[in-house]
Design a protein around this ligand. Structure first.
Ligand code: OOG
Length: 255
């Protein structure tokens, strides 16, 4: 794909996000996965040029539940920026989203620069703290329908994130119960074991993915490990709360 075509596709997706207006999927076979990551990078550069800052990365499709819900079967990654961070306990204005969905996640704060592939044994040493988190995904494609290449180009549907209190309680993280309630009613439940068997493994995967495209992640970055369950559609006037056993809770309201 030419540099121009990459820039054009990035502009289409970035405009869709800014205007909160869905766009059509790209024609099948328009670009391959390597080009999809180039489009993703170009769209993030547009955000950065507007003054947004990179805060970390997210992994996607780290659980079977997510792969099945979206019909995609490869692990993907995208960027998290400053303006995506919503206030914990605050009200999220759904007006800036197209068709937002929420999913329960584990968020890591990194302690060391990740600049090479790391092993599972090393992963804990790269973590400063862990927090329960809620990701708000919002595909820029009409009807939330996409191919693997489409969703990668669209920065893996990254749109918002709400991060709960940080802690260093890693003991039960490999198999902690996860529950999401909407207005007090349980809508999603599962275990952190659904995330690659143990959420810490996402750091291993992240380090490999970053190395394969010659990128590194500075200490102090956020790493969202991917949803433990399928995603749930958001509507205004709701109180969303996620509890992860052994960690704290994280919540927000929708307006
Ligand atoms: C793509 C993003 C997947 C996750 O946690 O697995 C994702 C999507 O489902 O729109 O964020």
């Amino acid at each position: 794909m030419s540099g121009n075509a990459i820039a054009n596709a990035a502009a289409v997706l970035d405009d869709a996000a800014v205007k909160a207006q869905a766009v059509d999927q790209f024609a099948p076979g328009s670009f391959d996965l390597a080009d999809a990551y180039r489009i993703q990078r170009a769209s993030i550069q547009r955000r950065v040029a507007r003054g947004d800052g990179i805060r970390g990365i997210k992994l996607g499709f780290t659980s079977r539940a997510k792969m099945i819900q979206m019909g995609v079967d490869s692990l993907i990654w995208g960027w998290l920026t400053e303006t995506m961070i919503e206030e914990e306990g605050g009200t999220v204005d759904l007006g800036r989203y197209i068709h937002p969905r929420v999913e329960p996640e584990v968020c890591f704060l990194t302690r060391r620069t990740i600049d090479r592939p790391i092993t599972a044994l090393e992963a804990a040493d790269y973590v400063e703290a862990v927090a329960p988190a809620l990701e708000i995904i919002d595909s820029r494609y009409r009807n939330f329908k996409f191919t693997l290449e489409d969703v990668v180009a669209d920065n893996c549907s990254s749109a918002g994130l709400v991060v709960g209190p940080w802690s260093r309680r890693f003991e039960g993280l490999g198999n902690a119960g996860v529950g999401v309630t909407v207005n007090g009613r349980l809508v999603l439940s599962g275990s952190t074991a659904a995330i690659l068997g143990h959420p810490l493994r996402t750091l291993v995967q992240a380090s490999r993915l970053l190395s394969s495209c010659e990128r590194s992640l500075p200490a102090g970055s956020l790493v969202m490990a991917g949803a433990a369950t399928a995603a749930h559609a958001l509507a205004p006037g709701a109180h969303i709360r996620c509890d992860i056993n052994g960690l704290d809770r994280v919540e927000f309201f929708t307006g």
